[in-house]
Write a protein that binds this ligand. Structure first.
Ligand SMILES: Nc1nc2c(ncn2[C@@H]2O[C@H](COP(=O)(O)OP(=O)(O)OP(=O)(O)O)[C@@H](O)[C@H]2O)c(=O)[nH]1
Ligand SMILES: [Mg+2]
Length: 429
């Protein structure tokens, strides 16, 4: 199976339905009260973790996802139907970024977790909302809001707790195969592992964790050499590393040098991977000359704890697993990082707009916002003092200035929560 772990997609959430203009018809009234209903909300595009999925293959072929628009309002103040949300199933470990600025929109790390990636537009309000003493028969209504449109970069990052790292052919996949039920390919040529394999490891005391055999790293991996660069990204997700060294002189390499090179690559990679606790495993201890290499290594690194193993016959690995479980117990997950120049962000929450202004034409404006609604509900409009205070608070929030900037005229009507206010420009007094 082809392994797709990165793709991009265009998302178009549903438009909100328009509010409509209509009037109640009564036998003896030529023009009855406003009666136009609200448009329905546009459908949103929601990503949901499906643990049965393991790649982004289906999304790779999709290119674009849309959600249904809301229905327009109907007469008799009837609400148009909401557009249906579109649920997109993604594998655990999916990270979604806004392609325009590379910011993380969602980091889906729990089974069943959902995240709204493109929000559907709000429905427009029908004309009955805009009735006021000054205008008992408004002949206008709001249009539905456009749904959010964006291009996203989707990336799958493995969710292994522990990663096996090291040069090619040191025995990483062999270790995974003897400590878990995973059956990765094992061979004596380099780069046998092209895609990390995951296995669940159960320590005899009952603890368990997910272990991954990373593809071999080589010098220059952090600059994109070999397979390194792509898969260094996967290591980003792990909390503990098992650094595997080949102690056999037959490999033609020097384990002391290998150790330095791999650490250097991991340290140079943009998300300093050396922050993760490392367990050093000296593998292939069954080979001639391995003991001598181990001696040398220990002399060079007297403070390092080294675990000698013969992965082929599962010797020495029990201790390694216990140590990994112990380290996991005390190691917090590393936050997923943005590019260096953006800094660390755990979760991207767009800054809420304090308020929005819509020009309905004919000197009619709508101002909306959570803060404004709160203020509104706290104000007693029968009380002149409070009404003044409401006006002052709006001005402080910058509502007046924003309206002026959009070209509001003296005596235009500003609707807030279905109430119409006459605009008077206090700053020009
Ligand atoms: N003698 C000996 N050979 C081993 C031992 N562990 C693994 N091997 C052999 O080393 C070779 C490479 O093993 P793999 O597990 O595929 O190595 P890897 O690190 O996953 O290699 P890549 O996927 O290429 O990065 C295979 O031929 C294994 O049988 C060991 O403890 N002793
Ligand atoms: Mg391998």
């Amino acid at each position: 199976m082809h392994f797709i772990d990165q793709t991009s997609l265009i998302l178009k959430a549903g438009k909100g339905g328009d509010g409509i203009v209509s009037f109640r018809r009564e036998a003896h009234v030529p023009l009855g009260g406003p009666f136009g209903g609200d448009g329905g909300k546009g459908g949103s595009i929601i990503f949901e973790v499906d643990t049965h999925k393991s790649t982004l293959l289906d999304l790779h072929f999709l290119k674009m996802i849309t959600a249904q628009s809301g229905e327009n309002g109907k007469t008799k103040k009837m609400h148009g139907a909401d557009g249906e949300d579109k649920i997109v199933k993604v594998p655990l470990g999916t990270v979604v970024r806004d392609k325009s600025d590379n910011r993380i929109i969602a980091d889906l790390t729990h089974p069943g977790q959902q995240a709204v990636i493109a929000r559907g537009g709000k429905g427009g309000r029908g004309n009955f909302h805009f009735k006021s003493a000054r205008n008992p028969a408004p002949d206008f209504s709001e249009k539905g809001e456009e749904g959010q449109q964006l291009e996203v970069e989707i990336e799958l990052k493995l969710l292994a707790d522990v990663g096996l790292v090291g040069f090619p052919s040191v025995g990483k996949s062999t270790i995974l195969s003897v400590v878990s039920a995973a059956r990765p390919e094992i061979a004596d040529y380099p780069f046998t592992t092209l895609v990390p394999n995951l296995g669940v490891v159960r320590v005899p005391d009952g603890r368990s964790f997910v272990l991954a055999d990373m593809p071999g790293l080589i010098e220059g991996a952090s600059q994109g050499k070999g397979l390194g660069f792509d898969f260094l990204r996967h290591i980003e997700r792990t909390r503990v590393l098992i650094h595997v060294l080949d102690m056999s002189p037959a490999s033609g390499r020097d384990p002391l040098e290998d150790y330095e090179i791999i650490n250097n690559e991991m340290g140079t990679y943009r998300f300093n991977l050396l922050q993760r606790p490392q367990i050093v495993v000296a593998n292939k201890m069954d080979e001639d000359g391995a003991e001598e290499n181990l001696e040398r290594f220990r002399k060079a690194h007297p403070d390092l704890e080294v675990f000698p193993t013969t992965a082929l016959i599962a010797e020495g690995l029990q201790e390694v697993l216990y140590r990994a479980a112990d380290l996991l117990d005390v190691t917090e997950p590393f936050p997923l990082q943005q590019d260096e120049n953006i800094g660390v962000l755990y979760k991207y929450e767009p800054e809420p707009e304090p308020f929005t202004i819509r020009n309905l034409g004919n000197g009619q404006w709508v101002v909306e916002g959570d803060e404004i609604n709160r203020l509104f509900s706290r104000t007693d409009f029968e009380n002149e003092q409070q009404v003044m205070q409401f006006g002052i608070a709006l001005r402080k929030m910058g509502v007046d200035a924003a309206l002026r900037e959009k070209g509001i005229q003296e005596k235009d009507t500003v609707f807030i929560n279905d109430f119409g206010f006459e605009f008077t420009d206090m700053d020009e007094e």
